[in-house]
Each structure stands twice: as structure tokens, then as C-alpha cells.
Design a protein around this ligand. Structure first.
Ligand code: MG
Length: 332
């Protein structure tokens, strides 16, 4: 068997590969949340403090696109994986893999973007590593970051309970469609911008406003993948109201034109939350009061069952399936 692009698409095929190669690893993270949970990060309890730990590699093309660049992405990807575990980011590492011949001025620009996102997140880089590969061994640059956070309240992606309300923190599909349309040179009149943003501030606001049972950031595979993973791990069914799903008009029309489902492409500044019904309105209001959450919406309800079902605008119902492949590769 050889590794294919499908193995990096974040879906079931990738899960099967990870299961195959990692399932025999020795586990020593007793009492914490480890690899077997396949959550957004691990949790290591040390003397009563919950240390959250995560890592993410970034290989996006092009390196600069409307709304962001690989530098901002490489910080936000990791900060957000900490945030959706309930972790306040406290330190990041940065591993740079650079192809021989890469322009140093571009590298400086990327690091400036990283720094801006770090400042916004209230954290900084504390360690790193740089390797240069011979020309042709790599397409320009790849950036890995790892992050450590501290969580007062751990939130898992498997914590949905029947009766919970589903909130999304803003419009869906912006990042994937912005990178794709920019990369392919489509002129759509109105430019679509990526939503890349560090989300700890927004998540903290939500956690303070009420009971949050589950969180996940809908990155690779988009809302469809993340929502299915949350439902599956929580052993529940989720009913989504299509009418409530926030999708920008420009994103919807670009997606229609390209035959892509905006629910299946990556977001880099959004979070899906499962919250206690009685706290839903308060949490929604808190998220909307945050500058990254103005378009937040209540989009669904958790019931007994095992699927993600969407009630369509015309009154029908259809399954929201997890995407098999990656409709838009190399966006994160
Ligand atoms: Mg994640």
C-alpha cells in the first residue's frame, strides 16, 4: 500500500491509515486525553493543572491569499486546536522546512504574520527548528507548529448531549473558497476572503457565558466533517436547519459555480459548539459580541440517533455526509 493524497484529506481514509500505523503505540498518558481520542489536542493533567498539547503542519498554496498567509495560518491552526479543547494558549514552537532557493524576504514576511497572530493570541514562540532541503525536495516551505495551553475546563469534541443546541461562530466555507478561487484565478467580482483568526478570545467569552459541552474547529473537511465527527463520537444525532447555516452569498455562488459544497471546505476562524439548551441564547449573544463572532448562529439541535441530518429550505431532509476526499486540497 502506498500513501495517497486521500490519506491526508482528514476524512475516514486518513483515520484508517492513522489507526493502522498508530494503534500499536504504547500509551502512558493515564488520566488525560491521548491519541486514541483523536480530538483536536491532548490533555495532560499535571498537579491539578490541565496542560493541552497539540501540533499542526501547514502546506498551503499559494503562500499568500486574500485574508491571510501561511504564517498567520500556522499560528491560528494550532491556537485554535488548543482553544477548542478549552485551552488558553501559552506557548508555541515552530518547525520550518524550507526549500533551497526560497526568498528570505518572503520568509521575513511570513514570520511577521506569525508574530501578529501570536500577539493577538496573547502568546509567543518559545522554541523552534529550521531545516533546509535541496531544491526540488519540497515545494517552497512547510511550517509545523506545536502549542501548549492551559485549560480550566476541558471541552471535548465528543461531549454532545441530547437536547444541546448547535452554534457555529460565523459564516462557513470562506477559507476554502477564498484559497481555491484565488489559486485558480477566478474573477468573481466580489473577492472572497479567508476567515483565518485566532479564536481563544471568542472561545473564552463563550465558556464564560454558559455551559459548553462540545467544541471543534471545522478545518479540513469543513462543517460536514467536523459535525459528523462530533455526532459519531458523542453517539447522538444532529438536526441542522439549512436556513440557519450562515454562508456568505459570494461563497455560495462561487461554490455553486465550482460544484463544491461550502459545508465541505476548510474554515480557519470558526468553531462549532454544542451547548446546554438553557444557556444557548446567552452563549450565542456572547459570541456575537466578539469581533470574530458577529455572524454566529444557532443552527441545530442534538437528538437521539446517529447521523447528521439537514432540514432543507424546501422542507425536505437529507444526510450531511462526511466528505470522502478533499474537494479543495492544500488549503491548510
Ligand atoms: Mg481541529
Amino acid at each position: 500500500m502506498k500513501v495517497s493524497l486521500m490519506h491526508g484529506a482528514g476524512g475516514e481514509v486518513m483515520g484508517e491509515l492513522l489507526q493502522r500505523i498508530f494503534s500499536h503505540l504504547t500509551r502512558t498518558n493515564a488520566g488525560g486525553i491521548g491519541l486514541e481520542a483523536m480530538d483536536d489536542g491532548a490533555v495532560i493533567p499535571i498537579n491539578g493543572t490541565n496542560i493541552v498539547f497539540t501540533t499542526d503542519s501547514h502546506i498551503i498554496r499559494p503562500l499568500f491569499f486574500p485574508g491571510g498567509d501561511i504564517g498567520r495560518l500556522s499560528v491560528c491552526g494550532t491556537v485554535n486546536d488548543l482553544a477548542v479543547m478549552g485551552g488558553k494558549p501559552i506557548a508555541l514552537s515552530c518547525g520550518l522546512l524550507i526549500e533551497e532557493g526560497f526568498d528570505v524576504a518572503i520568509l521575513e514576511q511570513i514570520v511577521r504574520s506569525m508574530n501578529e497572530a501570536l500577539e493577538e493570541s496573547g502568546t509567543n514562540l518559545v522554541t523552534g527548528d529550521t531545516k533546509v532541503l535541496e531544491r526540488g525536495a519540497l515545494d517552497g516551505i512547510a511550517i509545523n507548529t506545536a502549542g501548549i495551553g492551559v485549560a480550566t475546563q476541558i471541552v471535548r469534541d465528543s461531549g454532545l448531549e441530547t437536547g444541546d443546541q448547535i452554534i457555529v461562530s460565523g459564516t462557513l466555507g470562506d477559507h476554502g473558497l477564498s484559497v481555491l478561487t484565488f489559486r485558480e484565478g477566478f474573477d468573481l467580482g466580489e473577492q472572497i476572503r479567508s476567515d483565518i483568526a485566532p479564536l481563544w478570545g471568542l472561545v473564552e467569552t463563550a465558556l464564560e457565558a454558559g455551559e459548553v459541552h462540545a467544541m471543534k474547529d471545522p478545518t479540513r473537511g469543513g462543517f460536514a466533517s467536523a459535525m459528523n465527527e462530533m455526532a459519531k463520537k458523542s453517539n447522538v444525532q444532529v438536526l441542522i436547519e439549512e436556513e440557519s447555516l450562515p454562508v456568505r452569498k459570494s461563497v455560495r455562488s462561487a461554490a455553486d459555480m465550482l460544484g463544491i459544497d461550502p459545508l465541505e471546505v476548510a474554515n480557519e476562524g470558526k468553531v462549532i459548539l454544542g451547548v446546554a439548551r438553557e444557556d444557548a441564547e446567552e452563549i450565542l449573544a456572547a459570541i456575537r459580541s466578539h469581533h470574530y463572532g458577529h455572524d454566529a448562529a444557532l443552527v441545530g439541535t442534538v437528538v437521539a440517533g446517529s447521523r447528521v441530518i439537514m432540514r432543507t429550505r424546501v422542507g425536505g431532509e437529507r444526510f450531511i455526509e462526511p466528505p470522502v476526499g478533499d474537494p479543495v486540497p492544500r488549503v491548510c
